[in-house]
Design a binder for this molecule. Structure first.
Ligand SMILES: [Zn+2]
Length: 718
């Protein structure tokens, strides 16, 4: 382990707690960051308390409202309804109803994520009804919990049935309980849920110590790693950190000679090779990303370099070779394929590099990729992690829910063929013959048996503003993401700072930051300059800075700020045609369109004659002029891109005249770390405009207009 080079921790705490002039609010003991690394010795950046960022207007305020006012209720209706009954199963386990209830093994986790979502919303709006509703369900959970702290509504109260199957999701569910309880405590200051969580964490500590070999292939889906880190951070009880260390050390220590993932010890759950020796991202993309998040949390506490090195290797494998441009992580669906080491895997990271595009991209795996990136950013301050975090926030997080906030996607495909998609027989509801939407669907659904994604979308939407700011121990403020909000916090040296952001980001690149209050000391503020911008301009109190800051960096400005200082960041957002590394052969001669952090798609709704356009083909010229149009009244407020495309017949005529383009021209000079980059123009299609008017919409807003044809990757005329 390396020595900490950080500002001495004790001084940091003293400054926070004894600073004169702090309001009661600012010093309340439960006011902690969403990922509470406020005392972690080995992180470069720290979160700020959940209470300190208030959304005001603009994109994320609107998304937050959707979560608060629509998503939560829609989920409650479904989770209390017939055919899923996740919440009612809690009541059955609590002895409050007599009829056994249906649900998936991981349904408890859905319940806890729903409560966690409410805790995030309550943190912002302090709605007493929400508080009461949380208390009600916490009481139910308390009654459903066994006296020794174990809880699973799927396994029930028979202790002989516990931990008999590694994929029964017992620890996945309990992991979400631990996280939800910590967030509930940080949001409300109440300890009712936290007490249940402590009892549960104590049980897990006893269970693992008593049966370490039996438990080696648990937890199958390791959300409990993050849960254990947060319960340690909340209580400072070292035995919880010890258990997290044991769990991470155990992973991969007992590989399974059998290839069947249901028994653990295989690549499906990153359980064949110990983390410190792993070189690739392999297996289930949710379990993988949750594992990497938990390991990142462990590194923040212990500083073991081998863990960080492994996470960096794995990160590169994902982001240099395997991830979709919308930040889609999971390649295959349920039909098993084989990992590079021969294990059966499903919902997995691509088994071979450059297998884009993915047609699956399960929502939870995408969100978890953002969670992994944000943790890596705080550990290292490397801006590339912030860029990928933002790309997840604006694309696949939002694509998983409709503009009404009531219907959901499990898979987030890169292309759609106008069909309804799969239907599956309900396996666990009152009517097993009922057909319900499958994992890959052309329209978002209200209900599906596997309900893990909706509450993951709501909790993430309701919390991403917690990722906007960080502080570091040298007294700096870091501004990562831009959206209308007010910040009031303390820097690590005790300086109070308050500021207001106003912007129409991501539709416009102009961000105005006004200093509302700040001490008299010189304060370094680091502004994120996104990697996609060009010629960014920074103006302070009307005075332009001389140099354009580097895209993909943080611009540090240190000065003695004054109340009323106004910083205007202007990030030009040119429309970019993005090409993929030529090794992704299915994407050769295709482009994805981006503007700012937003990925666009071509959507042709069936109702609007999409079939004919789709059949005739749509091709873009590399010289196409795509104009941006802000539409306040369309798809919940978006910028659309308009231009003229070519039909297949037009493309074929042009291709005849341009047959000289060589493979070498197409695939020259790609760096190892480049999976996508702005198109290197070949200047092979002289005309910019074909005969077809096209309108591209943000990818996340597709499938709000009925069944449609959709493509993110659009063929080029070359
Ligand atoms: Zn999911």
């Amino acid at each position: 382990m390396k020595k900490s080079t950080l500002f001495p921790k004790i001084s940091f705490l003293l400054l926070v707690f004894v600073l004169p002039g702090c309001s009661q609010n600012e010093t309340a003991v439960h006011h902690k960051p969403v990922i509470d690394n406020s005392q972690s010795p080995y992180t470069k950046l720290r979160g700020i308390p959940m209470q300190d960022t208030k959304l005001t207007e603009g994109f994320w305020a609107k998304r937050f409202d959707l979560a608060a006012n629509k998503m939560l209720e829609a989920q409650e209706r479904t989770m209390l309804g017939e055919g899923t009954a996740n919440l009612n199963r809690l009541k059955f386990a609590a002895g409050m109803i007599d009829e056994p209830q249906h649900g998936t093994p991981w349904g408890d986790g859905d319940n806890y994520k729903w409560i966690e979502s409410m805790a995030h919303v309550y943190n912002m709006n302090k709605d007493p009804e929400l508080d009461q509703k949380m208390d009600y369900w916490i009481e139910v959970i308390g009654k459903a919990q066994d006296p020794d702290g174990y809880i699973s509504t799927n396994i029930g109260h028979d202790t002989t049935k516990r931990f008999q199957r590694v994929n029964a999701h017992e620890m996945y569910n309990m992991g979400h309980l631990l996280t939800a309880a910590c967030i509930h405590y940080r949001s409300t200051g109440k300890e009712n849920f936290l007490d249940i969580a402590k009892k549960n964490a104590d049980f897990l500590c006893r269970q693992w110590k008593a049966e370490p070999v039996h438990m080696a292939r648990y937890p199958w889906n390791p959300s409990v790693f993050m849960g254990m880190a947060e319960i340690y951070r909340t209580t400072r009880n070292p035995k919880y950190l010890e258990l997290l260390q044991i769990m991470i050390d155990n992973r991969g220590s007992r590989p399974n000679p059998d290839r069947d993932h249901r028994y653990g010890g295989t690549d499906q759950t990153q359980d064949r090779v110990p983390l410190r020796e792993e070189t690739i991202a392999v297996g289930h993309a949710v379990t993988g990303n949750y594992y990497y998040c938990g390991a990142a949390d462990l590194y923040a506490e212990t500083g073991e370099e081998a863990i960080l090195a492994a996470l960096e290797r794995i990160w590169k494998d994902i982001h240099w070779k395997k991830i979709d441009i919308i930040v889609g992580a999971a390649k295959d669906r349920h039909s098993a394929s084989l990992s590079p080491r021969g294990d059966e895997v499903h919902e997995n990271f691509a088994n071979t590099p450059y297998e884009q595009p993915n047609f699956y991209n399960e929502t939870c795996a995408n969100i978890a990729t953002g969670m992994f990136n944000y943790r890596m950013f705080m550990l290292t301050v490397d801006p590339k992690y912030a860029d990928w975090t933002e790309q997840m926030m604006y694309n696949t997080l939002n694509s998983a829910v409709d503009i009404e906030g009531e219907h959901w996607f499990y898979a987030n495909p890169m292309s759609w063929d106008g069909t309804e998609g799969e239907k599956i027989k309900q396996t666990n509801g009152p009517d097993p013959e009922r057909l319900v939407p499958g994992h890959r669907s052309g329209e978002r659904w209200e209900f599906m048996n596997c309900y893990c994604c909706p509450p993951n979308v709501s909790r993430t939407t309701a919390k991403v503003h917690n990722w906007f700011y960080n502080i570091s121990d040298d007294g700096s403020l870091w501004i990562n993401f831009y959206s209308g909000n007010k910040l009031e916090t303390l820097l690590a040296d005790g300086t109070e700072i308050a500021l207001t952001q106003s912007t129409n980001y991501p539709w416009e690149g102009k961000v105005t930051i006004t200093i509302d209050n700040i001490g008299s000391k010189s304060v370094p503020i680091h502004f994120r300059v996104p990697r996609w911008t060009e010629d960014a301009l920074v103006t302070i109190n009307g005075e332009e800075m001389n140099e354009h800051p580097e895209p993909g960096s943080y611009l540090k400005i240190e000065r003695t700020w004054k109340t009323g200082d106004e910083i205007v960041l202007d990030f030009p957002m040119p429309v970019r045609l993005m090409e993929a590394n030529p090794k992704a052969i299915h994407l050769n001669n295709k482009v994805a369109v981006m503007r700012g952090p937003v990925v666009y798609c071509l959507e042709l709704p069936k109702e609007d004659g999409g079939a004919e356009m789709y059949t005739n083909g749509i091709f873009l010229s590399e010289n196409i002029n795509l104009t941006s149009e802000y539409r306040d009244d369309f798809l919940g407020r978006v910028v659309v891109l308009k231009g003229k495309a070519f039909t297949r017949a037009e493309e074929e005529a042009i291709k005849k005249n341009n047959s000289q383009l060589s493979d070498e021209q197409i695939s020259s000079d790609w760096e190892e770390n480049e999976l996508y980059r702005p198109l290197d123009s070949m200047k092979t299609s002289p005309e910019a405009e074909g005969s077809v008017d096209v309108e591209l919409i943000p990818y996340y807003a597709w499938a709000n207009r009925g069944l449609s044809y959709m493509d993110v990757w659009i063929p080029l005329v070359r």
